[in-house]
Design a protein around this ligand. Structure first.
Ligand SMILES: [Zn+2]
Length: 240
C-alpha cells in the first residue's frame, strides 16, 4: 500500500511530474523529524535542494512538519551526494541460514550520473563499498568489518537500532519492526550481525521467504553488498 503522500504545489513543481509520481508510490519510510516509521496517516514531502541543484526527497509525518522546499547548505548537499548518515532508509531484521542479518534499504535511492552515457551509479552502494563493504554473491555472506557497531534495545515489540561508523557517524538510527523469532538471541550469541545493503527490491513488510528471495535477486544482479559488524545491547558496548 502506498503511503498517503501529500506535497505542496511548490514541491510538486520542483519535483516534476515523473518524480512526483514516483514519490507518491512510496510504500514505506522513516520520518526524518521524529525517526519513527511512517504509518497510515498523511505523509508530507520535504524537498531539500543545495546550491549545486542536488538534493534529497524527505518524508515526514503530517504532524511533524509541513510539505516545503528547503535549502540545503553546501555541506549538507555534499552529504547527500556522499551519504554519511541522515539519508532515509529502513532496516529489516531477517535470518539468513540461521545467521541474523539486517537489510538496509534506501527509500529514495540517490544516483549520480557519471556522464558519457554510462549507467547511473548507485551512490548508496558505492558509499558502502568505499566504507569496506564487499559484494555479496549467492552465498549471502560477508567478511567482518571492524569498528562499525550496531547497538539495539527493545522498544515494545520492535527494536530501537543505532548503527555507527568507525568515525562515530550515524549510519542508521531508527526502528526495526518485529525481528524474527530467535534473531536477538542469535545476535547476542555471535556478537555480530550481517549488514546487507544495496539495491534490494521489496519492503520491510515482505515476509521472511520473500526477503531471502529479494536478497538472492539483488546478489545475482551484483547489487548487494554486506559486512559482518559488531552488534549487541548498549551494555555490551559499555554504553548504558
Ligand atoms: Zn514524525
Amino acid at each position: 500500500m502506498p503511503l498517503a503522500v501529500l506535497m505542496s504545489p511548490e514541491v510538486e513543481e520542483a519535483l516534476g511530474s515523473q518524480m512526483a509520481q514516483q514519490v507518491r508510490s512510496i510504500t514505506e519510510g522513516t520520518c526524518i523529524e521524529c525517526r519513527q516509521p511512517l504509518d497510515a496517516g498523511p505523509v508530507n514531502v520535504v524537498l531539500a535542494i543545495g546550491p549545486l541543484g542536488s538534493g534529497s526527497v524527505r518524508l515526514v509525518h503530517d504532524r511533524c512538519a509541513p510539505s516545503a522546499v528547503v535549502e540545503l547548505t553546501a555541506e549538507a548537499e555534499a552529504a547527500v551526494i556522499q551519504p554519511k548518515g541522515g539519508l532515509d532508509m529502513t532496516m529489516t531484521a531477517v535470518m539468513v541460514e540461521g545467521a541474523p542479518a539486517l537489510i538496509a534499504r534506501m527509500v529514495m535511492t540517490p544516483y549520480t550520473d557519471p556522464g558519457s552515457g554510462a549507467a547511473p551509479t548507485n551512490v548508496f552502494m558505492q558509499a558502502l563499498v568505499e566504507s569496506g563493504f564487499r559484494l555479496v554473491t549467492a552465498g549471502l555472506d560477508a567478511a567482518p568489518l571492524d569498528q562499525w557497531i550496531a547497538v539495539f534495545q527493545h522498544h515494545g515489540r520492535s527494536l530501537q537500532l543505532i548503527i555507527l561508523t568507525p568515525t562515530a557517524e550515524r549510519f542508521f538510527h531508527g526502528t526495526v519492526a518485529r525481528p524474527p523469532v530467535g534473531w536477538i538471541k542469535a545476535v547476542l550469541g555471535r556478537r555480530r550481525v550481517l549488514l546487507l545493503g544495496g539495491d534490494v527490491a521489496g519492503s520491510h513488510d515482505d515476509d521472511q521467504d520473500q526477503q531471502l528471495a529479494l536478497l538472492a535477486g539483488a546478489a545475482v544482479r551484483g547489487q548487494l553488498v554486506g559486512a559482518r559488524v559488531a552488534a549487541g545491547r548498549p551494555a555490551d558496548f559499555g554504553l548504558s
